[in-house]
Design a protein around this ligand. Structure first.
Ligand code: PNW
Length: 446
């Protein structure tokens, strides 16, 4: 039986933006079509040993060709909001210069299709697929890349600005920093802490320059950053654990939130990095003013809490999902949403990602029983509802993900979708969670 709310029916605001999310490299495929250039993920995924089973996004869920069918599925679910990302190397194959019209045309068709179906688009400008040519010129370690990003954003605003009510600049700068430059299991595969935080600064700068480009140019929509936030809890109430969790929070959350919304980097993090770090040396006079250019909303992505011990290491407290890094803790959703509102003021919020991978299999009668996803989403939506009741201005919620897709270094083995993709045939099958979500949207709750 489908689980219902723990304390009777929960009702969300009438105009709540029920949604789902994807990103370009994870679903589109068509890696060489219509003039698309190479991105760092094309390069990285082709290096032997970097991704599970050697998987790449060359074909992915073939959304580039099947987008109309996918839009029909979204309409079938009753989605009100669809968050997707625009591939920079489709728009600028080498990361600079005149836009590639055929690449822009795909997004125009997608936006028209959303419009026809009454689904509001939310477009992310950068979801990790940096043009390889820019990587070759230094990538995010180069300050110039932030300016290239603003030029790219401006080209997209000019071409598509009449059709996009909400723009998100950079998806999860922290994941680029941590997975791409600290741990190295994402593109570009570096393990260099000194480079990593300079990259963080340049990503923040790129965000601010894009916000300014929108305000200066043709774009009419709202704009904001997309941050994955992790509530950081001490494992005990000793002063040591409390201090360690506080610094951890600086690196996970305040480094991004404070620079965007307070116009300063957290002093404890800057002190920890040290005055000789490349990041601290790379901050110029006007940068924080650019980074903190006023935004219209903040997109929050919540997956897991972090528990920090007295010596600064981390522990797991809750059951993990198939993604080993993810502990299932719905109250963390409440904690992070209320904390953002408390510490940064009543800025409109959207949850742009929340979800988990489940061991889904397609049965003979074409069903996929992902009851674990239903429980997870029900519990996290319940926590989000509690946050709304506590005064958090939460506008919308997007499940990660609409479709099973290329889960980066984990390849296609992890299935995060509401919709099952049979990769051998590219057939789509609604999972049980999709049917459940459809009824939640229709009822305005559960
Ligand atoms: C996000 N963590 O990445 C990305 O935005 C998606 O592209 C991705 O598919 C999805 O979450 C699932 O992984 C994250 O360590 C990566 O907490 C790491 C974390 C969170 C989100």
């Amino acid at each position: 039986s489908i689980p219902t709310g723990p304390a009777g029916p929960l009702r969300f605001p009438r105009d709540f933006g029920w949604g789902a999310a994807t990103s370009a490299y994870q679903i589109e495929g068509a890696a060489k079509e219509d003039g698309r250039g190479e991105s760092v993920w094309d390069t990285f995924s082709r290096v032997p040993g970097r991704t599970r089973n050697g998987d790449t996004g060359d074909v992915a869920a073939d959304h580039y060709h099947r987008y109309a069918e996918d839009l029909d599925l979204m309409r079938d679910l009753g989605l009100r909001s669809y968050r997707f990302s625009i591939s920079w190397p489709r728009v600028q194959p080498d990361g600079t210069g005149a836009p590639n019209q055929r690449g822009l045309d795909f997004y125009r068709r997608l936006l028209d299709g959303l419009h026809e179906r009454g689904i509001a688009p939310m477009a992310t400008l950068f979801h990790w697929d940096l043009p390889q040519a820019l990587q070759d010129a230094g990538g995010w370690e180069s300050r110039d890349t932030a300016h290239r990003f603003a030029d790219y954003a401006d080209a997209v605003f000019t071409a598509l600005g009449d059709r996009v009510p909400v723009w998100l600049t950079i998806n999860e700068p922290k994941t680029v920093v941590q997975n791409g430059y600290l741990m190295g299991h994402h593109a570009p595969g570096r393990q260099d802490p000194d480079a990593a935080y300079l990259v963080a600064h340049h990503l923040q700068l790129a965000h601010g320059l894009a916000v300014r480009a929108l305000r200066a140019g043709n774009g009419t929509g709202r704009i904001g950053p997309a941050l994955n936030l992790h509530p950081c809890y001490p494992t005990d109430d000793s002063p040591e654990a409390t201090a360690a969790a506080r610094l951890y929070d600086g690196y996970e959350n305040r480094l991004y939130l404070d620079s965007l919304l307070k116009g300063s980097y957290p002093q404890d993090v800057l002190a920890d990095l040290g005055p000789q770090s490349r990041m601290v040396r790379g901050i110029r006079d006007d940068d924080l003013a650019v980074i903190s250019s006023p935004v219209d909303l903040l997109a929050v992505q919540y997956y897991t809490p972090i528990y920090v011990t007295a010596d600064g290491s981390t522990e797991h407290r809750w059951p993990t999902s198939e993604a080993g890094w993810q502990q299932i803790y719905p109250d963390g959703m409440y904690d992070i949403l209320t904390r953002v509102t408390r510490d940064y003021g009543p800025i409109p919020l959207t949850v742009t990602e929340n979800g988990l991978p489940t061991p889904d299999t397609l049965t003979g009668d074409d069903t996929v029983d992902d009851s674990g996803r239903i429980t997870f989403l029900r519990d996290h939506l319940t926590a989000a509802h509690r946050a709304i009741s506590a005064g958090v201005p939460l506008e919308s919620f997007h499940v990660w993900s609409m479709l099973d897709n290329f889960e980066w270094d984990e390849g296609y083995d992890q299935r995060w979708g509401l919709v099952y993709v049979d990769y051998a045939t590219q057939r789509r099958v609604l999972k049980r969670s999709a049917h459940w979500y459809r009824s939640v949207i229709a009822e305005g709750g559960f």
